[in-house]
Write a protein that binds this ligand. Structure first.
Ligand code: ADP
Length: 377
């Protein structure tokens, strides 16, 4: 006849040895009673080295002492301070190396058995990956900053000779317009026009790089009044285009740089009306707390329009510097920098911006103002 308790024990031991987590049980004095295979892999000790020893041999010094005092405190008071609490601690392998591990301790209590069970997960790989990611993010941050500096210096230095080109074209026209024929004069006009355009592009680059380098003035901002004041500023433009602007629901208070966020709304509202062939152009602004991308710091804000829409294949490209989907002067013209600036401001708030459109019946721009841990800005 097979002994039922022996079967149960073998079954339990098979479970313990096939568990990925390290599992150790000790008596109430911290003396190891069982030590599974995963523990052998984690600590490098065989079970025979550990069973019968104090579990504190698997800990480095300060924690070893702490552990001993937990146990003696427990023996004295019966109060188990660390039971049921998962926490990150440092483990010590047989070769003396230290490593981070997640440890949760439970109390085992039945009539005749009294002790603890510890579940251990080696998290060195996770910590190493996090460290690498942090290092990579830091490097990327630095190279972004260096790029911003570079753009700033280049744009700044380009402005000088460009002004010279404009001024000399002007002098030529003033002093030699009678010597030149109509074609010559028209070319000089074109030269002046192109240098003005180039200066405008350089100014946008300068502004963009400044946005990457400047400190933001964060403070609690009532988004509702921020949007209202942007709308007031744009009232003549909206009226001229016969456009309506509707704020749907209440907008919350958010910690942000209100001037920059105002700029985000201004850019998105102007675009919503500019790229719009509808007889009654409309802009709807609101926010959504339920969206999965909403976070503790920010709901998802949206600016929706009934304009010409943006085909799927261009929905990423429109955020690139100087990218326009239409001819230079179509839809009122533009430098193609507005959305790049919007994205930069939002990234400086640790947020995200994206667009949704079927390419025909309007577009909705969404953004958050915080919570993206992966932010690099
Ligand atoms: P700009 O308006 O100066 O061209 P933006 O960076 O603001 O620059 O926009 C980039 C391009 O994205 C625009 O040229 C336009 O083609 C497209 N776009 C932006 N907003 C909208 C919108 N609400 N509806 C349709 N197209 C848009």
């Amino acid at each position: 006849m097979v002994d039922q308790s022996e079967i149960r024990e073998r079954h339990l031991s098979a479970i313990l040895d096939n568990t990925v987590e390290g599992i150790i049980t000790t008596d109430s004095n911290g003396i190891v009673e069982t030590y599974n295979l995963a523990c052998e892999k984690i600590f490098g000790y065989n079970s025979k080295d550990v069973i019968g020893e104090n579990v504190s041999m698997l800990m480095p010094d300060p924690q070893k002492r702490e552990h001993d005092s937990y146990i003696s405190n427990y023996i004295k008071t019966g109060h188990a301070k660390i039971i049921g609490i998962g926490r990150e601690v440092t483990g010590r392998r047989k070769d003396g190396t230290l490593f981070p591990m997640d440890l949760s301790i439970g109390e085992v209590q039945s009539e005749d058995v009294h002790g603890f069970v510890g579940v251990i997960r080696d998290i060195s790989e996770r910590r190493e990956a996090e460290r690498k990611l942090l290092e990579y993010t830091e490097k990327l941050k630095q190279s972004n900053q260096a790029l911003d500096e570079f753009v700033y210096i280049i744009s700044h230095d380009l402005k000088e000779p460009l002004r010279g080109v404009y001024s000399y074209s002007q002098f030529l026209q003033e002093d030699y317009s009678e010597v030149l024929d109509d074609v010559g004069n028209a070319r000089l006009d074109m030269l002046k026009k192109l240098s003005i355009r180039m200066e405008d592009l350089i100014d946008r680059l300068l502004y963009f790089s400044r946005l990457g380098r400047c400190d933001l003035a964060f403070k609690k901002t009532d988004m509702e009044s921020e949007v209202r004041s942007v709308a007031e500023m744009l009232a003549p433009f909206l009226e001229e285009k016969g456009a309506s602007l509707i704020v749907e629901g209440d907008l919350p208070e958010i910690v942000c740089d209100h001037a920059r966020v105002g700029e985000v709304f201004r850019n998105l509202i102007v675009n919503a009306v500019k790229y719009n062939d509808s007889e009654a152009p409309g802009v709807w602004i609101g926010c959504d707390y339920e969206d999965v991308r909403a976070c503790e710091d920010s709901p998802v804000f949206y600016v929706r329009d009934n304009g010409i829409g943006i085909p799927q294949k261009h929905q990423e490209a429109i955020f690139k510097m100087f990218k326009r989907l239409h001819g230079r002067d179509a839809y009122g013209g533009g430098a193609g920098a507005g959305l790049t600036i919007v994205q930069k401001i939002i990234e400086r708030h640790n947020g995200r911006v994206w667009v949704d459109s079927d390419g025909e019946t309007g577009s909705t721009f969404y953004f958050t103002l915080g919570g993206d841990d992966g932010f690099i800005g």
